[in-house]
Design a protein around this ligand. Structure first.
Ligand code: GLU
Length: 454
C-alpha cells in the first residue's frame, strides 16, 4: 500500500448484503483503489442474538460476487485485528478506562453513560460540507449510553474505538449516520484522538421518494446474484447511485471509475434507485459478453430451470443459445425465452392461442407444414423462401403465417429469429410440433365454433 488512506466497510451482519451496504462497500473500495490505500472489513457484531458466522459469510459472498476485495479483515488477516467486534472486548474495556480516568463517564442504573461537553460541534464533511450541531442542551442531546446494564456495548462507542485502533483516515458511510457524527466527534475528543475525515454518502430512495428499506424490491444483493445479473453490471449500476462521470455516461467500466473517483465528486443529493435501469444496464453488458462466458452463464441459468444438457448434442445447444444473444437483459429470462429448444412439452401462450389458433389459420398452418415437409435442405434461407411462397400462393402477407407457426413451434409469440430457430430444431421436431399444434388447434377451433359470435 502506498498511501496513508485507510478506509473501512463496517457492516452489521444482518443475514444478507443490502444494496445500500454494497454501495457503501463499493465507494470505500473505489476510494482505496483510487488512492492506493487500504480497505478494512470490520464486522460490527455487537448484537449477540444474531448468528454472526452465517450472516458474515453472506457479506463476504456478496462482496466477492461484486469483485470487491478487502486488504484487512476476516479471511484476509491484518495487524490491527481481530476484525470482529465480538472479539475486541479487552480493547473496549481499556478505552472505557480512559474515559473513566478523564471523568467523562458515569453510572446510570447499571448502564454507562458518556458525558457530552455542552458546546457546538462542527462536522466538516467532505460531501455534505460544514455542519454545525448544537449540543449545548442536555434536553435535546442527553448524555449517551455507551454500555448497557448487561455489559453489551452501544454502536457509537465501539465504532469510534475501532476506527481509532484501526487507524482509519476516512469514514465513508450512509448519510443516515450524519446525525451520529457529532456524538462520535465528542468521543474522539474525549479520547484524545484526531477524528478521521467524514464523508457521508447520499441515501438511496425508491422511485416514489421513500427511503429504501430491506423489504423493497431489489434491496437484497441476492436478487441480483440469484436473478441472473452480471456482477460487473450491478457494480456499474451501484457506482451511479450517488456518483457519475462528468459526461454522465451510464455504462462505464470499473477500472475507469477507479481512475475518476474523487470523494469531492460524490453527489450531495439523494440517489434514486431504479431496478429497471439496472436491468437495462445488465442487458448492455450481456450483449457484449464474450462467447465462452455467455454460454457458461446461459447453461447455468437453463440448468437451474431444469434443462438437462446431456440429452442434447453440444452443437445443438451452442447454436440454440447463439440465437438468444442480445435478445434478453438478465439470464433468468432465458428459460422462458428459449426453453422450447430443450423440451417437447410446449405450453402455448393462451393469448397467442386466442389470437392465432383461429379456424381460418388451420388450413394456412397445414399449407406451411406441407411446404416445410417438401424441403430437402431445412435451412433458414430455404425455410424463409418456402414461407414466403406459401404466403404468396394463399394471397397473404407473410406475417399471417409467421405468427401461428412461431406459436405452434415455440409456444410463444416472441423469441429468437423464426427461420433460424426452425433450422436448429430441425425438420423432424418442427413437423411434429406443427402436427401437435394442429391437434390442439382443432380443440380450440371447436370451442370457437360453438360460440355464435365467433
Ligand atoms: N455497523 C454500522 C452500520 O452498518 C457502521 C456504520 C459506520 O460505517 O460507521 O450502519
Amino acid at each position: 500500500m502506498n498511501s496513508d488512506v485507510r478506509v473501512r466497510f463496517a457492516p452489521s451482519p444482518t443475514g444478507f448484503l443490502h444494496i445500500g451496504g454494497a454501495r457503501t462497500a463499493l465507494f470505500n473500495w473505489l476510494y482505496a483503489k483510487h488512492t492506493g490505500g487500504t480497505l478494512v472489513l470490520r464486522i460490527e457484531d455487537t448484537d449477540r442474538a444474531r448468528n454472526t458466522d452465517e450472516a458474515a459469510r453472506a457479506i463476504y459472498e456478496g462482496l466477492r460476487w461484486l469483485g470487491l476485495d478487502w486488504d484487512e479483515g476476516p479471511e484476509a488477516g491484518g495487524d490491527l485485528g481481530p476484525y470482529f467486534q465480538s472479539e475486541r472486548e479487552a480493547i473496549y474495556q481499556s478505552y472505557l478506562e480512559k474515559l473513566r480516568a478523564a471523568g467523562r463517564i458515569y453510572d446510570d442504573g447499571g448502564s454507562t453513560r458518556f458525558r457530552f461537553l455542552r458546546e457546538k460541534v462542527v462536522v466538516d464533511d467532505v460531501i455534505c460540507g460544514r455542519i454545525e450541531f448544537d449540543m449545548t442542551s442536555a434536553e435535546t442531546n442527553p448524555d449517551m449510553t455507551i454500555r448497557r446494564p448487561d455489559g453489551s456495548w452501544i454502536f457509537h462507542f465501539v465504532n469510534v474505538v475501532d476506527d481509532i485502533e484501526m487507524k482509519i483516515s476516512h469514514v465513508m458511510r450512509g448519510e443516515d449516520h450524519l446525525s451520529n457524527t457529532p456524538k462520535h466527534m465528542q468521543l474522539y475528543q474525549a479520547l484524545g484522538a484526531t477524528p478521521p475525515r467524514f464523508a457521508h454518502i447520499p441515501l438511496i430512495l425508491n422511485k416514489d421518494g421513500s427511503k429504501m428499506s430491506k423489504r423493497d424490491q431489489g434491496a437484497s444483493l441476492n436478487t441480483y446474484i440469484d436473478g441472473g445479473y452480471l456482477p460487473e453490471a450491478v457494480c456499474n449500476y451501484l457506482c451511479l447511485l450517488g456518483w457519475s462521470p462528468k459526461d454522465n455516461r451510464e455504462k462505464i467500466e470499473i477500472e475507469e471509475v477507479v481512475k475518476l473517483f474523487e470523494l469531492e465528486k460524490v453527489h450531495r443529493k439523494n440517489a434514486s434507485f431504479d431496478l429497471d435501469k439496472c436491468t437495462w444496464l445488465n442487458g448492455e453488458y450481456v450483449r457484449e459478453l464474450g462467447d465462452d462466458r455467455f454460454h457458461e452463464l446461459a447453461r447455468q441459468a437453463l440448468g437451474k430451470a431444469g434443462v438437462d444438457f446431456s440429452k442434447f448434442a453440444a452443437d445443438y445447444v451452442r447454436a440454440a443459445l447463439d440465437t438468444c444473444k442480445g435478445k434478453f437483459k438478465i439470464f433468468s429470462e432465458l428459460p422462458a425465452y428459449c426453453g422450447f429448444y430443450f423440451t417437447e412439452d410446449i405450453n402455448y401462450n393462451p393469448e397467442g392461442v386466442a389470437k392465432h389458433f383461429i379456424p381460418e389459420n388451420k388450413p394456412r398452418l397445414v399449407a406451411v407444414r406441407d411446404a416445410f415437409a417438401a424441403l430437402e435442405n431445412f435451412d433458414a434461407a430455404n425455410l424463409e423462401t418456402a414461407m414466403k411462397s406459401t404466403a404468396a400462393q394463399l394471397g397473404l402477407k407473410v406475417g399471417a403465417l409467421v405468427h401461428p407457426t412461431r406459436l405452434a413451434v415455440t409456444g410463444s409469440n416472441a423469441g429468437p429469429s423464426l427461420y433460424h430457430l426452425l433450422e436448429i430444431l430441425g425438420k423432424e421436431k418442427v413437423l411434429a410440433r406443427i402436427d401437435r399444434a394442429l391437434a390442439v388447434f382443432s380443440l380450440s377451433s371447436r370451442a370457437e365454433s360453438r360460440d355464435p359470435e365467433a
